[in-house]
Design a protein around this ligand. Structure first.
Ligand code: CTP
Length: 416
């Protein structure tokens, strides 16, 4: 989605300017066409040549340089830009942008472009928290800018506080979301669940499963990049959730059920990629179960009584106000994949079920790829090749987009 996209990338004069080099490099590797503009102060920290070498394009700095090339190009850059990124954005730059100053190349392009603005503030924490900086950020956000919040951590001064330049992946996630605003899921509210649940046995032990959450994360990211308003509800997942979307956590099946029920009110799509425990301990101990304690049987064994958890996805079919919700389930199977998936599709009244044989190499838990078959409510069955999870996600959303369009026209017919 970044391939051939025109990004104007402003780098301003803070120590994090060196980290901007990595962002530019990753953008170019993803196929974006990145035109870098340095402020004079940024060039004190990192030389223009660094950015020219990484972007494979000329770098702009002095609007008034004698050849007139930069002055001539600022309007062209402003018009070609699909997004203007300012990273790092110093306190001074935020003030200048808020005021609409145009006495340097970056300010002139920022005024002349209609492209959305992505700001990545990074500075000393008092400067960031100062009411003047916060007021400038508010003005810019009111005008439509998106701000990637700085992280809390060790700052260049050695002090720990807010103001750190975020990870490259976080900035790219926000940029993808910004570029995807007009995508085929724009205006849609989608809920994606990911990861496994953990059902407590006692305060230190639980019953879990091998879900890594990767498939759910890939689905949430793809929806975000196609313009959806995404709520990702994660169970137990090792990796941090993707940036640029709303995240809630739900540890147990019962917590997940509450979170899903609340989230689907007014939503267009529910994708249940979470691996929900089918059983939970009926009575989790409130203290750690000790060997030799009264909890043990006489022969030293331990009996845990497990009870069924509710089928969250199946229950949503009967909830009022969700008649038009597109509902997608996942089925991880080890035997009779087709028969089991078809039974779940019907039993849970789904629009789609994405089934995979988790015993196959490269498919299922903990892998970065998946080989799935998509079963449709109308009886169509589509086996897909072994694909990276991001591409499986793309295929799933392609089908959901068609279902949403069909549902929209069915509604229009009904209204007519
Ligand atoms: N699911 C759910 N609530 C449950 C169990 C599963 O919402 N208590 C959802 C899963 O998120 C998935 C789909 O239902 O989208 C199928 O899950 P799966 O575990 O494969 O099916 P089950 O119905 O639990 O059947 P079984 O475990 O017996 O195969």
């Amino acid at each position: 989605m970044l391939r051939d996209r025109r990004i104007v990338f402003g780098v301003t004069g803070g120590i994090a300017a060196y980290k901007a080099a990595d962002v530019v490099s990753k953008l170019r590797q993803a196929g974006a066409l990145v035109d870098v503009i340095l402020t004079d102060h940024a060039a004190e920290f990192v030389r223009p040549l660094t950015f020219a070498a990484l972007s494979h394009r000329p770098v702009y700095q002095n609007l008034w340089e004698t050849t007139g090339e930069a002055a001539a190009r600022h309007i062209e850059l402003a018009e070609a830009a699909e997004a203007l990124v300012v990273a790092p954005a110093t306190a001074d730059t935020l003030a200048r942008l808020a005021q609409g100053r145009a006495d340097d190349m970056l300010g002139a392009v920022a005024l002349a472009t209609t492209a959305p603005l992505l700001l990545v503030p990074a500075m000393e924490h008092h400067m960031y928290e100062h009411p003047a900086t916060q007021a400038n950020l508010r003005v810019l956000v009111e005008r439509g800018a998106v701000v990637v919040p700085p992280e809390v951590g060790q700052l260049a001064s050695g002090i720990v506080g807010i103001g750190r330049f975020p990870e490259t992946a976080t900035i790219l996630a926000h940029l993808r979301a910004l570029l995807g605003r007009g995508g085929d899921l724009a205006g849609r509210r989608v809920v994606v669940t990911a990861g496994g649940t953990q059902e407590p046995i006692d305060p230190v032990r639980y019953i879990g499963n091998r879900s890594s959450g990767r498939m759910g994360y890939a689905l949430a990211e793809e929806a975000r990049d196609r313009g959806a308003d995404v709520l990702l509800i994660t169970g137990a997942v090792g990796a941090p959730p993707p940036a640029g979307l709303c995240v809630e956590t739900a540890r147990t099946a019962l917590e997940l059920r509450d979170a899903v029920r609340a989230a689907i009110v007014g939503a267009n799509v529910l994708v249940m990629a979470a691996a929900v425990a089918d059983y939970r301990a009926e009575r989790p101990a409130d203290r750690k179960i000790k060997k030799g304690s009264a909890a043990e049987n006489a022969d030293g064994s331990l009996t845990l009584r497990l009870v069924r958890t509710p089928d969250i996805l199946a229950e949503t079919a009967a909830l009022p106000g969700t008649e038009r919700l597109v509902r997608v389930g996942f089925a991880a199977e080890t035997t009779d994949v087709a028969a089991n998936a078809a039974a779940k599709l019907g039993g849970k009244q789904l629009d789609l079920i994405v089934a995979n044989d988790v015993s196959k190499p490269g498919s299922g838990f903990g892998t970065t790829t998946n080989e799935v078959t998509i079963f449709h409510a109308d009886g169509r069955v589509e086996p897909l090749a072994l694909l990276p999870k991001a591409e499986v996600a793309r295929a799933v959303w392609d089908r959901v987009v068609s279902l949403l369009a069909a549902r929209g026209s069915a509604q229009a017919d009904g209204d007519a």
